[in-house]
Design a protein. Sequence first.
Length: 582
Amino acid sequence: MLELQGIAVSPGVAIGQALVFDREGYQISRSRAATVDANQEWLRLKSAIDSAAAKLEASAQITADKLGARLGGIFSAQLQMLLDRRLHDELEQLIQKQSYSAEFAVSEVLNGYAAAFRRAGSSFLAERAADIRDIERLLLEGLTGVPTQTLREITNPAIIASHDLTPGETAVLDPRKILGLCTETGGPGGHTAIVARGLEIPAVVGIGPFLHLLRADDSIIVDGHLGRVIINPDDDTRERYLARREHRQSIARELTELRDLPACTSDGIRVELMANIEFPTEGQSCLDRGADGVGLYRTEFLYLGSEADPSEEDHFQAYVQVVRDMGGKPVVMRTLDLGADKMGMTPYAHQENNPFLGLRSIRLSLRNPALFRTQIRAMLRAASEGDIRIMFPMITTLDELRTARFLLRSVAEDLREEGHVVRNDIPIGMMVEVPAAVVMLDRFIAEVDFVSIGTNDLTQYALAVDRGNEAVADLYQACDPAVLRLIQKTWEIATQHQVSTSVCGEMSNHPALALLLVGMGIRVLSVAPSAIPVLKKAIRSVTIGQCQAMAWRAMRLDTAKEVDAFLQNQLAGLVPEMVLQA
């Protein structure tokens, strides 16, 4: 038995036979075409480009229909790369001026692009190298007529083990046949991870070299909760994982009964469980899970994979659908939060030496007021349909907050002059995502109606850790004492001024950390819809005193490891059915 550790990117446990997906690829010789054939080579390549474009358009539509517009946008972004004029110029230069074959030109240029992405020093760009390889594969298939090995051909249920997978390879996975995924490379922000989560296939990535350890039909376990891969498990380990899987399925059935019950501690303290969503079609899913409302509506999906800016009507229809579906429950809409992890799939892509500290979020909106005003107009119009609250992301200075609020008031006046009904009582809030916002919160607080702590970025900026970089993943800990103190300080200042505080980062999705936050005073948590039943069960199983005692002790520990170990031990004692056994 051999146990390996990677990065958990899609929860669940898969147990089955390993299938090593070894992409054979193509051996491309450095061949020259006769001068008289150069035009023919270029025509062959243009035909292959047209064929690849058609396949990407079909993949985008099929994936969007199956998994939603965001995942379909992956292939739309690839299509933009394929049709890029500069790429065509480089390919034509090699064929027409240097007399290389179409196959070699494709291999030479696209391998160069992929290598440049991997050397860029950005985990986001490194993960985009897989997109380049997908385009190369499609073009070479069109030129040679020989398909590469495909996951469509798999007939028996198996767990895929591979060096990595391109978006095109991942998108054709059939959850009925692919039990799980494990790869040597990759990170939580890669397309393999995104699609695996969309398909709900247990997945672990970034394991490092391990394929040489596998033999055909080895038994394997993929633990998508803890990021573990176990090769040839012994009988005891296999039985333990089988029992764990059955236990979680049993809990899932039990949790459905809690949907219409409030998230109250056993001694009556109410906690609101809101949902984080990205698409207008998710409203009903929130209600099905028992959400008290939408605590974070990420609006940037309208821009991902789009060649043109969405219109005001595009925004309005996307917003009003959620408001109507939620039937009067609050919907907190965050204005555009395009950042370094999303920028490459939008018209606002630009190269920066340090994109996480660059032009992103509210900075991008204020730098592009026409874009910002379009979005704000749609939000204000949709607010006439229900309980909409507007929130600005990554506020760092008072000037940013005041400018954003000024633009909002200006847009509201314009709408009223045009005859629209615009509410005067729309709550306006800000996200607390950078330490500077915590330090200056006593000044911010008089100018907002609520604050929402975004623990993903707050952790990243407080600890100076790129949350998408697998090389420093062990340092990215939301339960680090420094992060907990920032959360505590935010809650204290907001409470002193009678301003509501919520937490909307990934931290809230974990039962132990959710109970810690409740013990620290937080009464609104916004989480992934799928996490709501689990958190409701955990909160209903404890008293507020137990949560406060947990928080008091956790705040006096010195390291993230100590805090994490303490919280897991507390969870095991208070709500043992929530604990994942190792």
